[in-house]
Design a protein around this ligand. Structure first.
Ligand SMILES: [Zn+2]
Length: 262
């Protein structure tokens, strides 16, 4: 048992090292592309519209003109802009953002496009059948994938009100993963993480956040408010995620980028 495990581990490490090495070679040879999936932080960034949350603030502390050095300070909720939800966000006894091993923060990305369905229905949730349809075209989602849902919501990014899309009763309307699709991806495909181009992996109307619970209870993390998902191929990209290391944090801003071969 232990021997087989070691052999598997060795195979996995060799395969992933070779893959990463190939990509780095391709990158330095101009044969790979880097796509930034991160929005710049500013006061217009979307954040979860909960009580006592606020927008991103940046102030200048010293300027070159006055002080001959430029520096500033900022404040932000953890769940603002392009960010990660750590496993501790929705579940007890799970790692906070500083405790996620760095090895876990690199992985193959797959992109499922539901933008047409979300355009017709802002409350759309990814179905298990959508995943099956995607796999018919692109093959089975590899184990350990970071599954990204492209809903087209990024087109609303510059307008927080349209991005939140609250109705007159304050209920939010934006698309997301369904409970069933999250369970399928977590357990039948062993996805290591989910990501989305909206404020939440659970759709706007969700009250019990089953997608968050499904992933966080398994010690897995989530990415929200991702940019540029329309520029990624359905398969073949490698994602690199670099979250801020807040000790004991429930989540936080992350620089997320993808490497793809030309
Ligand atoms: Zn979050």
């Amino acid at each position: 048992m232990g021997y087989i495990f070691l052999l598997n581990l060795l195979f996995f490490l060799t395969a992933s090292t070779l893959h990463a090495q190939g990509l780095l070679d391709a990158l330095s040879g101009g044969k790979a592309r880097v796509i930034d999936l991160t929005y710049p932080l500013n006061s217009k960034n979307a954040f979860w519209p909960g009580e006592s949350y606020n927008s991103f603030k940046h102030e200048v502390l010293a300027s070159l003109e006055k002080d001959r050095v430029y520096s500033g300070k900022y404040s932000t909720p953890e769940h603002l802009g392009t960010h990660m939800d750590a496993p501790a966000h929705f579940e007890p006894n799970q790692p906070t953002i500083d405790k996620i091993p760095l090895e876990d923060l690199v992985g193959p990305a797959v992109v499922i496009d539901v933008s047409l369905k979300a355009e017709a229905n802002p409350d759309y949730r990814l179905k298990v059948e959508d995943v099956a349809e995607w796999e018919k075209k692109h093959g089975t989602i590899p184990q350990g994938a970071i599954v990204l849902l492209y809903t087209g919501w990024g087109r609303r990014w510059e307008d927080y009100d349209r991005y939140k899309n609250a109705d007159k009763n304050g209920a939010l309307h934006f698309p997301g993963f369904s409970r069933e699709s999250a369970l399928f991806l977590a357990d039948n495909r062993q996805a290591k993480a989910l990501g989305i181009d909206t404020m939440s992996v659970d759709y706007g109307l969700s009250g019990d956040f089953p997608v968050h619970h499904t992933f966080n209870s398994r010690g897995r993390w989530l990415l929200e408010n991702l940019a540029n998902l329309d520029k990624l191929p359905p398969t073949g990209a490698t994602l690199i995620v670099a979250p801020i290391k807040i000790e004991g944090g429930s989540g936080g801003q992350a620089r997320v980028w993808a490497l793809t071969r030309e």
